[in-house]
Design a protein around this ligand. Structure first.
Ligand code: ATP
Ligand code: MG
Length: 744
């Protein structure tokens, strides 16, 4: 039969195969970490194209992170070819929504050239409004209040449980914020989803071609995303979701669980499939991870059995201080990478943090040891001052009505225009209901005098150094065509030279201008990568649908900026970095769905995880569970005696690592004897290293003062209190278990 022959199915187990080939219109796969949910979802996409003859362009796949989208695309491309990889509509909900809005948004009155206000922009706008009106509200609070307000009226958003009196200034803040976005032709993250829902409701023709909708990490979808899923599927009602309630780590717990239940209610014929084997981790890693999640007595229980053998015992290490913790991690990394010869490299190592702010002592230790790393999930790169300036210029070039961008660059580099003048100009523009850009232009061209006084000398500077510069580059930007792909890069280069940006950095940042110039170079190479990899207009276009008119926004600059605004992981991928083997530092949140052979989870103390400000303890526990289940063969948890926050406050090991769980860990380090090496090789599917390879690395990696074997005598006992090979098997049928949880 086709099933037996198809190579896509050969690597799957029976349940996975059933999920891939199911003819049911709705398929729900609920299963634990590492059980192959994402693998199965990708295979199902391939299957649908190959066996049911769906056009790739008629399939929508939503992933949770940009990185996951990239990996999935690559796999699909490998099997089905680059043409298919390009045509499939695959990305995060936000990026999919953006594509639909720029193609069809005009049908709901949206200017196709909208910009995206990222979280930082939104916060800044709100902050300004609060300041102007002397509102006594925390901008962060207002931001999430507005966000919830926008989500209201959508399928599963729970009614706010804490009844808060409506604060009139919050409403006012919301109103002005929204006005500001509209005037600047900006959509914030929520708007992208909300407006896309509106579009698909009012203009269903634009998704009339969609044959199938597939969603990864379903447990973390919110109410609007649920609506979007239904709307994308409205033509054929074919939906496949995969998820794991134990890994819901993005808040709104009730909403997420409700989304799951809602799906089963809205689509009663749903084919529910569970995957019960964990292919990712060694048995001992799976066992300790399960001891953590099983402390949650209310959870929906699932079967999860190890397919691999025990392997190295996970390590739980207490250290004197954060600094000692960093050093210990470095020495363990070195030891592991050395003892495994060429089987493991730095590339295989991830350090996963509860919050990005915990990275400092880790970065310091890695830096001291000369180990290179990359950061994911910290938004760090695009938040650098020099990069923000360039981005603001590019945004102003793309969209001169973006008042925020213009306001930030009026006096950068310095043109002698003070903050007060800028503030007055902004206010004047607002009063005149015109954009800051038009006000400045009219003013400098003398067609209309602004009431705000600007000295003639400054005015001239403004005119030549800002207004003309931007207009000229605008012309150049408009001339960029797909055929001359380098032009985005040359546009940025021109911007740099006209701003004298290098000199600007030298005079403004005498201490670290070289480093900053380096990141400008990185930015150029990111732009170059963007042009090379994904900027093909074809990638962005939605399929032609009869009688449906599509705006073809061929502005590569606009797409580049949107890509930056929606990049959840701003990591560098330039050739240099790729050749070097880098350790990954990531937040746990951004590591969702990913896996690494070696995983470190530092700072596992109460106050860090669970976080001192966390409201939902169960969610914090799930976070630790997500972190631990990223590991394939080596897992290290550590906890300093004194936390890094505050002035060395004494901290306690996280309560999630119960005494029972803690018994399963090795306390010092792990020994890499032959049997361990063999298990590692088998799990990773790599060749065992030769002894020669191991010894060859020795002198190169260690300095004489390194303590090579800091480990206590090898502990070969099995973890006490842990069932030997059982994994986990809950009682009762799935329906019964769902009912027991009160989800019906
Ligand atoms: P998470 O919940 O963390 O997102 P997941 O359920 O999506 O995990 P995958 O990432 O799809 O799991 O798979 C985990 C690992 O197991 C991957 O390396 C994948 O290639 C491998 N894997 C999945 N299914 C099989 C299989 N049938 N045989 C061998 N390896 C498999
Ligand atoms: Mg996954």
């Amino acid at each position: 039969t086709a099933q037996a022959e198809n190579p896509i199915l050969r690597s799957l187990n029976a349940a996975q195969r059933r999920a891939v080939t199911s003819n049911a219109s709705t398929v729900a796969i609920l299963a634990g970490p590492g059980s192959g949910k994402t693998h199965t979802l990708t295979s199902r996409v391939v299957w649908l194209v190959q066996q049911t003859g769906y056009q790739p362009s008629d399939i929508v796949v939503a992933t949770f992170t940009v990185k996951a989208a990239r990996e999935m695309k690559e796999r699909i491309g490998k099997v089905l070819g680059p043409e298919c990889e390009r045509k499939i509509v695959l990305g995060t909900f936000h990026s999919i929504a953006r594509r639909y809005l720029s193609a069809y948004g005009k049908h709901i009155g949206l200017d196709s050239k909208f910009g995206i206000a990222d979280d930082g922009d939104s916060r800044a706008i709100i902050q300004r409004i609060c300041k102007r009106h002397d509102f006594n509200i925390d901008p962060g609070f207002a931001r999430s209040w507005i966000s919830k307000k926008k989500a209201k009226g959508h399928a599963t958003e729970p009614a706010s449980n804490k009844k808060q009196p409506e604060n009139p200034s919050l409403n006012e803040c919301y109103r002005e914020y929204q006005e500001h976005l509209e005037r600047s032709n900006l959509l914030d993250y929520d708007d992208l989803l909300v407006r896309c829902v509106e579009l698909l409701r009012e203009y269903p023709a634009c998704v009339s071609n969609i044959q199938a909708v597939l969603i990864d990490e379903y447990q973390d979808t919110n109410g609007i995303q649920y609506d979007l899923m239904k709307l994308f599927a409205q033509a054929r009602q074919r939906i496949t979701i995969v998820g794991d309630p134990d890994q819901s780590i993005y808040g709104w717990r009730s909403a997420e669980i409700r989304n799951l239940y809602r799906l089963l209610r809205d689509y009663p014929e749903t084919d529910e499939i569970s995957l019960e084997e964990n292919y990712r981790s060694s048995q001992s890693i799976l066992d300790v991870s399960l001891t953590v999640i099983q402390q949650d007595k209310k959870r929906y229980q699932k079967v999860l059995l190890p397919v691999h053998t025990k392997g190295a015992r996970p390590v739980l290490r207490k250290l004197k201080s954060s600094a000692a913790e960093g050093d210990w991690i470095v020495s363990e990394i070195k030891r592991a990478v050395m003892m495994f010869g060429d089987m493991l490299t730095y590339e295989d190592v991830a350090i996963l943090l509860r919050s990005a702010s915990l990275s400092r002592h880790i970065e310091a230790a890695l830096g001291k040891a000369g180990l290179a790393y990359r950061m994911i999930g910290g938004h760090k790169f695009y938040e650098r001052k020099e990069i923000k300036i360039l981005l603001d210029y590019l945004r102003a070039i793309y969209q001169p009505d973006n008042n925020d961008a213009i306001a930030r660059i009026i006096n950068v580099p310095r043109r002698g225009i003070g903050d007060t003048t800028i503030k007055r100009l902004i206010e004047e523009a607002e009063q005149q209901k015109m954009s800051l850009w038009s006000l400045l232009r009219k003013h400098c061209q003398g067609t209309r005098k602004a009431t705000t006084k600007i000295l003639p000398k400054m005015e001239q500077k403004l005119n030549t150094e800002l207004l003309r510069l931007i207009s000229n580059l605008q012309t150049q930007a408009q001339q960029i065509t797909e055929n001359s792909q380098q032009d985005l890069v040359s546009l940025i280069e021109k911007l740099l030279s006209q701003l004298n940006f290098k000199q600007y950095l030298e005079s403004e940042y005498p201490e670290d201008h070289e480093q900053r110039w380096q990141s400008v170079q990185e930015f150029l190479s990111l732009a170059n990568d963007f042009v090379r990899d994904s900027a093909n207009l074809e990638d962005e276009l939605l399929p032609e649908i009869e009688n449906v008119d599509q705006v073809k926004d061929d502005s590569i600059l606009g797409r580049f900026l949107a890509n930056v605004a929606l990049a959840s992981d701003a990591q560098k991928n330039d050739d240099g970095a790729e050749k070097k083997s880098l350790i990954t530092i990531s937040t746990i949140h951004a590591a969702k769905g990913l896996e690494w052979p070696i995983v470190f989870v530092p700072s596992v103390y109460a106050g860090s995880i669970p976080h001192s400000r966390a409201e939902d303890l169960d969610e914090e526990r799930r976070l630790l569970y997500v972190a631990m289940t990223r590991a394939q063969v080596l897992l290290y948890l550590s906890c300093p005696l004194y936390g890094s926050q505050g002035m060395g406050t004494k901290v306690e090991l996280s309560p999630f690592v119960s005494p029972f769980a803690s018994a399963a860990f090795a306390k010092q380090g792990t020994s890499f004897n032959r049997p361990v090496l063999e298990v590692v090789a088998k799990i990773l599917g790599r060749d065992l290293p030769s002894e020669k390879a191991i010894f060859a690395k020795l002198p190169a990696m260690f300095s004489p003062e390194d303590n090579l074997f800091p480990v206590d005598p090898v502990d070969t006992r099995d973890a006490e209190g842990l069932d030997d090979s059982e994994g986990y098997r809950p009682k009762g049928t799935k329906r019964q278990r769902l009912n027991n949880q009160g989800y019906n």
